[in-house]
Design a protein around this ligand. Sequence first.
Ligand code: MOS
Length: 707
Amino acid sequence: MEEISRSVVKKDHAAKVSGRSIYVADYPSDGVLTGRLLHAKTARAKMIGVELPELPDGYYYVDARDIPGDNNVNIVLDDMPVFCRDTVEYIGEAIGMLIGPDEKKVEELLGEIKVYLEEMEPVLDMRKAEKNFFEYNFGHGDVGQAFAEADRVFDEEFETGYQEQAYLEPQGMMAEIEPDGRVFVHGSIQCVYYVHNALKRVLGCGDEGVHVLQDVTGGGFGGKEAWPSILACQVAVAAKVTGKPVRCVFGRREDMEYTSKRHPSYCHYRAAVKDGKVTAIDADVIYNAGAYSTLSAVVLQRGLIAAPGIYNIPNIRIHGTAAKTNTTPSGAYRGFGGPQTFFAVETLMNHIARELGVDALAFKEMHIAKQGDLTSTAGRYHFPVPVKEMIEEVDAACDYRKKRAEYASPQTGRYRRGIGMSMYFHGAGFTGSGERDLIKAVAKLRKYSDDTVEILAANGDIGQGVRTTFSKIVAHELGLPLERVIFEHPDTGRVPDSGPTVASRSLMVVGELLRRAAIHLKEIWADGKEQEVEERFKEPDFVLPFSIETFEGDAYPTFAWAVNAIELEVDTYTGVAKVLGAWGDFDIGTPADYNVALGQMEGGFLQGIGYASIEKMDYNQYGRIRNNSFSDYLIPTTMDVPKLVCMFHVEKYPDGPYGAKGAGEVPLVGAPAAYVDAMEQALGGIPLNHAPFTAEDTLAAIRKEAI
Ligand code: MOS
């Protein structure tokens, strides 16, 4: 094990386990007003107006008319309003906010507001969307010719559902006006500068007019990538109007129904096979973006780039749209568009193999890309592709091939078993040229006269351990004890813009800037003096520049790789499946801390198994999310997968700190494909094409097949 990988006690461990951590809901309430949002109850309507009850002294109502700047939350496009404009686009959309000193009274008054609307027919089905926010088309080779010359053509459809991030701490934000007039916003946030920039636009001020602090954050998983920008603008407008601190913390139901979740998907794949090999893939992908575009452009891009999987297919045509529907805006969730298409392509490859009468694993191995091959965007796999070795590691850990052969023989009786496998990557860091052209990350180290060193970076710890791993890197390079390196929660008033805490980039990109900064500081180190060093991102020389117009070039500098195996047992009486074991082999380069990285792998893999099996969420005929509590949206616990084994396969990335590369998202991405593969085997080899695959689905499949 590398020295850096040796585990330490996490910096925030004691505060968290003792309950001393201050989350946004924990700040004292003296003089703080409570804000509650007035949510639309109709999925699509023209707004006519609201009629307020008489508001007692000290109670306020704010809406779009109170916004000092633009009524646009700066995300990717300018379509998400702070408070609704002249239309309502989804159930839950914020019409306004009611604010006052007593929370119960606020709730009561909120219930007395009359909303006048002219209802319209909502668009709920993504396949019948009237509008696409984004559409992309790319490929290479000659797909038409490959299909014309094919021995066989396969045509399949795949669907995946919503997934709710289910962070323990719901969305929450607080704003106040400081004595000098600056607006100070803090709360549960992944990306302080996203919030900062959104506020500037809505408040109509410059950088000096606002600052944003990340409070202790109880999980994000992507769900606090964009939504905090919206809520921050809402509470900031309320603080401006009332002149008092305003806090809004969502209830669980509100959070589950109205905030973003993973995009449901519909994929239509066609594949051409000649001489036992896939020669072409033609994929049409639709992601349900919901009512506003938020992050759908980038989520869809990542999904499309992964559409042919990890395989070297000479001819590909990829087409995808992000469809507008009158449903809750979909957004970021760990994996960020990858899990949907990896489910489709992995399942497709399994089905083709079965139809051809060959072993799925051997069939896939025949197609796996190798170092130097073209990626789907005609970039290169610049570094080793260790998947074949990883397959052997997983096989050694769980006897995959033996069990696969054993469960393939006809099974009878109440309990039936299956084992399945998936193999995939997660592109490390931002998709395309975002890191180079948009983010331009900066990180600093400041040494004080007592020779302690403070990290000044914008990345927030959301449970992934970045407070600890960043500090370890700096302490390691400077030869300092860990406690002499300080990394507070980022405040945009103090730290430079190192970019957002997303895309499995923080450690790989910003961690490397900090490593270089520490090396530089060591060179100029002067005892007892105040010193500061700064590092800026520079794209590695080997990267082939990516063009979003043509989808050509390196979409990612490197990839995290993974192989998953899942073994399950189905109770054919109840449909309930028990996961007997789940094995994940992950190449995230050098783990920056073994336990921190292992925690990421185990947590992410378990989330993926939930997404594959029990996490079913949907809306009803009115467009309302039906699952709004943890009693009707179940997430797995350790009890559901007692045997969860995660392993590391280390291929060092030369441009990441000590060889580290993106780690945060990769563990989630491949579980649905492995789970459904195992389910197909347990159910006697019937082809399945959707995830999650629930107990109800199992019973329906059993009835249909009468097995
Ligand atoms: Mo993320 S899912 O890139 O916050």
